[in-house]
Write a protein that binds this ligand. Structure first.
Ligand SMILES: *Cc1c(COP(=O)(O)O)cnc(C)c1O
Length: 400
């Protein structure tokens, strides 16, 4: 079990050390690198042992839909980094987030979410949950009065993303956590954009943090995975039965790739964030750019909130192009080093047009409610030389 509440020496390590050594469980062979246990099942010494393990009376693995040694190492490492009692890993970010949101709820419950959310998260809350009799409401994440109003009715869960996709809005996590606690609601924070290197929702008072490990944690665009982190009691009561019986279990191979990705997470995120800050400043100066959104810039409308809860500005930049959709498409098509892709958190810099890709499924009104129109480009900054990236993006901006 990932339990960081004890006196384990692992808990005293600094984050960079936890990323490399956390959760390692060596086999009898003493391998240096984490072992990959590609197995669906496990064999037992006796029928009695099988019965005891299945009943939960003896330690050990029973089936990889429930748990797997490589996946367990990843869960332990993530729990250590986040300072969480428990972590569960799922097959994708959405596998993790949907499980965290759906598993504790039943018909008649109420869920509130910030308007600015990843498209699939919005679909879970706005479309799927109401079908099962769960009342849901969206509020402007930056408006604490709106949260207070919405939390007057008994609420089970609150879901936010900060910085949000794609315009990098902030929600004041500590303030909202206090309001949720007073109202008896559990606060779930999608912390994908910040990563645990730059922002720690649980330290700010949130009940759970959730991740797409597909993004910065893998960091090299290879596999899908997701994680849920929070209190053991809640996760064991609500999330575990749901994960075990509905089955969004991660492949041990994918878990292994993410484990190795984590070893360089701190280095990669800090390097990409330095480049993103430089690019944001260069893009902001360009005459074809009407607006820039970067959490580390003072002209971001939520700079004060970002700077009190997030270390640095992160690896994503959003900017709006003079001339709307046609001009934004021209800029994307004129990039050569930076690739057009809706993924993010990769070592390769990737740019996309959110309104026609990641946020295409939303209605015009829904997009407008988050301030997203056809003029915006989202850039995920990677690990290339910052000067090469700057040259590429400035050349593309000047081409229209
Ligand atoms: C990518 C992403 C997700 C979903 O993760 P998958 O691994 O693609 O399922 C959820 N939230 C945010 C903020 C994301 O960027």
């Amino acid at each position: 079990m990932a339990d960081s509440s004890g006196n384990d020496p692992e808990n005293a390590w600094k984050p960079a050390t936890k990323l490399v050594h956390g959760g390692v469980e060596r086999s009898q062979h003493g391998e240096t690198a984490e072992a990959m246990y590609l197995t669906s099942g496990y064999v037992y010494d006796s029928a009695e042992q099988a019965a005891a393990r299945m009943a939960g009376d003896a330690p050990g693995f029973v089936y990889s839909r429930y748990a797997n040694p490589t996946v367990r190492m990843l869960e332990e490492r993530l729990a250590l980094i986040e300072g969480a009692e428990t972590c569960r890993v799922a097959s994708s970010g959405m596998g993790a987030i949907s499980s965290a949101m759906i598993s504790p709820c039943q018909a008649g419950d109420r869920v509130i979410a910030a308007k600015a959310l990843f498209g699939s998260c919005r679909w879970i809350v706005g479309t799927l949950m109401p079908r099962y009799g769960i009342e849901t409401e969206f509020v402007d994440g930056a408006d604490l009065d709106a949260w207070a109003q919405a939390l007057q009715k008994p609420t089970k869960l609150v879901l936010i993303e900060s910085p949000s996709n794609p315009l990098l809005d902030a929600v004041d996590i500590a303030a909202l956590a206090e309001m949720c606690r007073a109202a008896g609601a559990k606060l779930v924070v999608d912390n994908v954009f910040a990563t645990p290197m730059l922002q720690r929702p649980l330290d700010l008072g949130a009940d759970m943090s959730v991740y797409s490990a597909t993004k910065h944690m893998d960091g090299q665009g290879r596999v899908l995975a997701g994680a849920i982190l929070g209190e053991s009691e809640w996760i064991e009561e609500h999330v575990d039965p749901y994960l075990r019986h509905t089955g969004p279990a991660p492949s041990p191979f994918n878990a292994w790739v993410v484990l190795k990705g984590l070893e360089t997470l701190d280095l990669r995120v800090r390097r990409a964030a330095d480049s993103a800050a430089r690019l944001a400043d260069a893009i902001a100066e360009h005459s074809n750019v009407t607006q820039i959104r970067y959490p580390g810039r003072e002209d971001h409308p939520h700079f004060d909130v970002h700077s009190k809860q997030m270390e640095g500005g992160g690896t994503l930049v959003a900017f709006s192009i003079k001339g709307g959709r046609a001009a934004a498409f021209s800029v994307l098509n004129a990039l050569s080093l930076i690739k057009i892709s809706n993924n993010l958190g990769d070592s390769k810099s990737l740019a996309c047009h959110p309104a026609s890709t990641t946020h295409r499924a939303l209605s015009d009104e829904e997009r407008a409610s988050m301030g997203l129109d056809d003029s915006w480009i989202r850039l995920s900054v990677g690990l290339e030389d910052a000067g090469d990236l700057e040259q590429d993006v400035l050349k593309a901006l000047s081409s229209i």
